[in-house]
Every structure is written in structure tokens, then in C-alpha cells.
Design a protein around this ligand. Structure first.
Ligand code: PEP
Ligand code: MN
Length: 272
């Protein structure tokens, strides 16, 4: 197989910090709602996670997530609250003592966002948005997570990360989130071979978003177990205080108590 990119392959295995959470050592979890819907809901999630998971279970490697600009399929669906939501996310993280991460979609947002969050991710739909990747490399001095497009091959995904590495940006992780396949029972197909393959091919941490391929709550715990057992450096999990009222992805978001139970179980299984 020909390799289109080389920096993802060469050199030391990468480790970096999102806030105080080290990525690339023991597994981390990036948890929180699909979208930051209002100030109160993100506070409720953040406070719950800090109290019940970080303090209660003693699981410290937790980053709070929340989408502020939502890349929706339909232009009529909720698109996110933008900068207001970033402010709510930042405040909630600060109050609860959790580092925060959100999706960045627009190169014009990059520099301002850098002062407000601890990390940003490039969503699946923007994996090959090269102006966005280049702007992140030059104007975002914080970690960047690159999600795999649902139609991208592994090499194409690694090359998206290579855009960042080739411009000297080293704090980069890869996020698998499933691809389109023939399994109509799951929202996307999550291929377990990806984790060991990417760990062999690349020196960057590999995190798996288990919520978007699941598409429904009941599949999240088994996928989380499988991905950690396969060697993932972390998980991304959507958690909402009242999923039935969520403005996006209501079927797949875990209730806070379900997430707590999942972390507890993963700790008991020594997967975390
Ligand atoms: C998300 O994580 O909120 C999201 C929209 O995921 P993806 O870009 O993987 O579809
Ligand atoms: Mn979502």
C-alpha cells in the first residue's frame, strides 16, 4: 500500500494535555451533550460529571464536550447557538473544574475560539476542509482532534492530520466515529480493526466516538467496552440531562446516571 503521508508515522508516540487531562497515556473520556442548548443544561451536565464521576468514582480524565455550531443534514434543523453556546460551555467547565472541547467548523472562528476552549475537534463533515485545517495549524495553539469523515479511507483521514503536523502542529489526535456501511441496525458502521490499525500506522492518540455510530443508547456501552478493549486512547460519549427533549441526537445520548454507570463498569473491568 502506498502511504500518502509520513509525519503521522515517524517519530515518538504523541502525548499532550487537554487542560490538565493527559491524552495518549491512560484512556480519557470526552463527554457531554451533542449540542449546548442553553446555559442551564450544560451546567447541569458539567456539575453532575464533576460531582458523580470525577469526585464520586474518582475518574479524573474527563473533558466536557458540547457542540456550539451544529453541522446538521437539514438546513431547517437546529444549527447551534454559536458564540453564546461557547460562553456557556466555558462557564460550565470553569464552575465544575472540567476542561472543555467543542467542534470548530469555520476558519473565521479559529483564533477567537482558541481563547475560550481547551481543545477543538474538526467534525466528520469537515475532515478535508483544508482552509480550516491550515487555520487551526497557524492560529489555534491548543490540541485539535480530527474526526474521520464517514466516507473517508484510513489514509485520507491520516492525511487530514498530516496537514496539521506538516505545519508544525503536534498536539493532534484522531477520532474514529464510524463510516457508512450496510448495517442498517446501527447509524454508522464501527470497524473494530481501525483502532489497532491506526495505532500501528500512526503515532497519534486514537479516540473513538461511540455515540454517533451507535445511534441509540443501548449500543453505546458494548461499543465503549469493545473500543477500549481494542486499545483506544479514549472515548467520546454524548450525555444529555433529558435526552428525550434534546434538540439533536436524542436517541443516542446517555442520561447522566447511565453514563456514570458505564464509567463505573469500565473501571470495574479495568478498561479505564
Ligand atoms: C459531534 O460530535 O457532535 C458530531 C456532529 O459528530 P460527527 O462530526 O462525527 O458527525
Ligand atoms: Mn451528536
Amino acid at each position: 500500500m502506498t502511504h500518502a503521508c509520513r509525519l503521522v508515522r515517524s517519530g515518538e508516540r504523541r502525548r499532550f494535555r487537554i487542560g490538565w487531562v493527559e491524552v495518549g497515556a491512560s484512556p480519557v473520556i470526552i463527554a457531554g451533550p451533542c449540542s449546548v442548548e442553553d446555559r442551564d443544561m450544560i451546567r447541569r451536565v458539567a456539575d453532575y460529571l464533576a460531582r458523580e464521576v470525577v469526585d464520586g468514582l474518582g475518574f479524573k480524565r474527563l473533558v466536557l464536550r458540547g457542540g456550539c455550531w451544529k453541522p446538521r443534514t437539514s438546513p431547517y434543523s437546529f444549527q447551534g447557538h454559536g458564540w453564546r453556546a461557547v460562553e456557556w460551555l466555558r462557564e460550565a467547565g470553569e464552575r465544575a473544574g472540567l476542561p472543555v472541547a467543542t467542534e470548530v467548523m469555520d476558519p473565521r472562528h479559529v483564533a477567537r475560539l482558541a481563547g475560550m476552549v481547551d481543545a477543538a475537534w474538526v467534525g466528520a463533515r469537515n475532515m478535508q476542509n483544508t482552509p480550516l485545517l491550515l487555520e487551526l495549524a497557524s492560529s489555534f495553539p491548543k490540541p485539535v482532534l480530527v474526526k474521520r469523515h464517514f466516507g473517508a479511507r484510513i489514509e485520507e483521514w491520516l492525511c487530514a492530520a498530516e496537514y496539521l503536523l506538516s505545519r508544525g502542529k503536534e498536539d493532534v489526535a484522531l477520532v474514529e466515529r464510524g463510516t457508512r456501511g450496510i448495517n442498517e441496525y446501527a447509524r454508522f458502521t464501527l470497524d473494530a480493526t481501525v483502532v489497532p490499525i491506526v495505532k500501528q500506522e500512526a503515532r497519534l492518540p486514537v479516540i473513538v466516538d461511540v455515540s454517533h455510530p451507535a445511534g441509540r443508547r443501548s449500543l453505546v456501552p458494548p461499543l465503549a467496552r469493545a473500543m477500549l478493549a481494542a486499545g483506544a486512547d479514549g472515548l467520546m460519549v454524548e450525555v444529555h440531562p433529558e435526552p428525550s427533549r434534546a434538540l439533536s441526537d436524542k436517541d443516542q445520548q446517555l442520561r447522566p446516571e447511565e453514563f456514570r454507570r458505564l464509567v463505573e463498569e469500565l473501571m470495574e473491568m479495568k478498561l479505564l
